[in-house]
Design a protein around this ligand. Structure first.
Ligand SMILES: CC(=O)SCCNC(=O)CCNC(=O)[C@H](O)C(C)(C)COP(=O)(O)OP(=O)(O)OC[C@H]1O[C@@H](n2cnc3c(N)ncnc32)[C@H](O)[C@@H]1OP(=O)(O)O
Ligand SMILES: CC(=O)C(=O)O
Length: 556
């Protein structure tokens, strides 16, 4: 583990609430500035509760007075005593030029929010003061001092977000430092240096924060936008230089490309800097909290997000798997369970025997009882992927392939003997009519045919197959639903045009995915759908109610 920087308090020296080192989450304010997010008051309450349970020190709830929903959120938060662990923070700006903070309606709304802490955004770049705000450099300093003074006189703790600090410091270091000095003298508890345009790189952050800290005793914070892909790195660079307050958003949501991701930052601070910034045990809930916040925000979870993404600990390359079989940490920077995530083996043409051994163990099969199985499986997967198949997101098809090899035949509950799909155009209705007839052979050797019509090819094949299965298996197939079907047209000089279909299916208890490939959509979907029902009628039935083993340790 890397040694923490010298200035950082050692683990155990921080208060239970993280007072020694402050984490401020601004998902409900800056996160809501991401295009595509529109949080209702209820969504905000849900996210605030998740963050509060997770244990961040401060939750910035929005800008009271700027819109009805933010105002209502603060009213509800006050009425319900929403937060148990975290401090609620209201965000707003310094007063308007040439007025008094006591007369500024926006500042009054901050007080009315009843939040005990206020983050004030203040201009720190001289060009922004003169050209965007349209006032003098001195008046901007007066706005900072007057607003802090007024809020403090009303009993609020004040954090100051120095907007465009790094660009401003580059252009006019003396003025940027004067804004920090003014905020400090007026009693700001934290002065937060913002990389508002996200263009600053870690080396500049490190140098600038270090330089600033040499001349001030105020607590310095960092707020980094991710426009250069450096928000997390910049946040950690500021901590390296001595910052002890970090502003982040869940899953990095935020204006333009986003902010420093809360889960990456707290994971790094806890696991790599050995700092306790969350209550004991909270870090291991990171993956769950990340996904629940994504759900509340209406954004699909990012599979490749560091630490908490579903692919953060997914291993595809055969050589990686062979070392993981010795010790998973050989190809992992942290143990996945520390952040509540899982290790996952990905089956593909890039896999070798070790991937197959580990994957089979994850699926609950002991390959040691079947000498040569891993090798045969790897060869079968490579050969099929060479024909266009893709097993990466099709564990159920892989498990059927594995069972085809290890079980005495017939391993499957039925086989498709024939299937035909024909399309005609209904002139009266003006739509295509696709008819599919699917003949299956049952375990007793009987033949059953199902026929269906639809305007959609996959639906027609699906209903034809289901009709045939229903005649033999009865209600056993009725509880199966298709959740998602994806079709990809493959162009490969050696194969000619091919179609690949992925189907995600579900019953009341779980979901599973299958794949098929063929010259037509009908052929590819028939293969994938056959796997869907074979899996349901064998593996799902056999495992109903039984937990799957998911974390095989080598030799376990
Ligand atoms: C870097 C950041 O992300 S800071 C957070 C930014 N977040 C948001 O803007 C979201 C919420 N904002 C809003 O709902 C609206 O912009 C409001 C309610 C705040 C203001 O709306 P309006 O009064 O219609 O003004 P508008 O948005 O056009 O302009 C903002 C005004 O604030 C002024 N302003 C900007 N920064 C500051 C500051 N730090 N201190 C004081 N005034 C400021 C601007 O100069 C402009 O003044 P003007 O009214 O004299 O032109
Ligand atoms: C305050 C803020 O959100 C920024 O400067 O980016």
């Amino acid at each position: 583990m890397a040694k923490p920087p010298d200035h950082v308090p050692a683990a155990g020296t921080l208060g239970e609430s993280g007072e020694g080192f402050q984490v401020l989450d601004t998902t409900l304010r800056d996160g809501a500035q991401r295009d595509g997010i529109s949080l209702t008051v209820g969504d905000k309450i849900t996210i605030a509760r998740l963050l509060d349970d997770y244990g961040v020190g401060y939750i910035e709830g929005g800008w009271p007075g700027s819109n009805p929903r933010d105002t209502a959120f603060f009213q509800q938060a006050a009425k319900r005593a929403l937060l148990r662990h975290s401090q609620l923070v209201a965000f707003g700006s310094t007063r308007k030029p040439c007025t008094r903070a006591a007369q500024d309606p926006q500042v009054a709304a901050l007080l009315r929010s009843e939040a005990p802490v206020v983050t004030l955004v203040a201009k720190a770049h001289d060009w922004h003061v003169t050209h965007a705000l349209g006032t003098s450099l001195q008046e901007n300093l007066d706005m900072v001092a007057d607003t802090i003074d007024h809020l403090r006189s009303e009993g609020r703790r004040v954090f100051v977000d120095c907007e465009h600090f790094f660009d401003g410091h580059h252009a006019n270091p003396a003025y940027a430092a004067a804004v920090v000095g003014t905020a400090t003298e007026a009693g700001a508890e934290v002065v937060v240096l913002c990389d508002t345009n996200g263009g600053t790189l870690p080396r500049a952050v490190l140098g600038t924060v270090r330089e600033l800290l040499a001349g001030t005793s105020v607590r310095i914070g960092i707020h980094a936008q991710d426009d250069s892909g450096c928000a997390v790195a910049n946040t950690l660079a500021a901590v390296d230089a001595g910052a002890t307050h970090v502003q982040c958003t869940a899953n990095g949501y935020g204006e333009r490309v986003g902010n420093a991701d809360l889960f990456s930052v707290v994971s790094a601070l806890e696991l790599k800097y050995d700092l306790r910034v969350l209550p004991a045990g909270a870090l291991s809930r990171s993956t769950e909290v990340s996904r629940r916040i994504a759900e509340a925000a209406g954004i699909s979870p990012a599979s490749h997000q560091p630490y908490v993404g579903s692919s953060a600990f997914a291993h595809k390359a055969g050589l990686h798997a062979s070392a993981i079989a010795v010790d998973p940490q050989m190809y992992q920077h942290v143990e996945p369970s520390r952040v509540g995530n899982d290790m996952r083996m990905v089956v593909s043409e890039l896999a070798g025997r070790s991937t197959m051994d580990l994957k089979c163990a994850q699926l609950g099969y002991d390959t040691r009882r079947h000498p040569g199985l891993a090798q045969r499986l790897a060869a079968a997967v490579k050969e099929r992927e060479g024909r266009g198949q893709d097993y990466q997101d099709a564990d159920a098809s892989f498990e059927l392939l594995l069972r085809d090899i290890i079980l005495p035949s017939p391993a499957r509950p039925f086989s498709v003997e024939q299937s035909h799909t024909v399309e005609r155009h209904d002139v009266q209705e003006g739509v295509p009519v696709i008819t599919s007839a699917v003949m299956i052979r049952t375990p007793s050797g009987g033949l059953v045919t199902g026929t269906a019509e639809s305007s959609d090819t996959i639906e027609s094949v699906h209903q034809g197959l289901r009709e045939a299965l229903g005649q033999h298996f009865g209600t056993a197939v009725e509880w199966i639903d298709l959740k998602r079907v994806t079709v990809r047209f493959l162009s490969d000089d050696s194969l000619g045009a091919r179609v690949r279909v992925h189907v995600r299916a579900a019953d009341a208890g779980s979901e599973w995915s299958c794949t098929g490939v063929g010259a037509t959509i009908a052929e590819a979907s028939r293969q994938a759908l056959t796997d869907v029902y074979c899996f349901a009628l064998t593996v799902r039935h056999a495992n109903a109610g039984k937990p799957r083993r998911v974390h095989p340790r080598p030799g376990a």
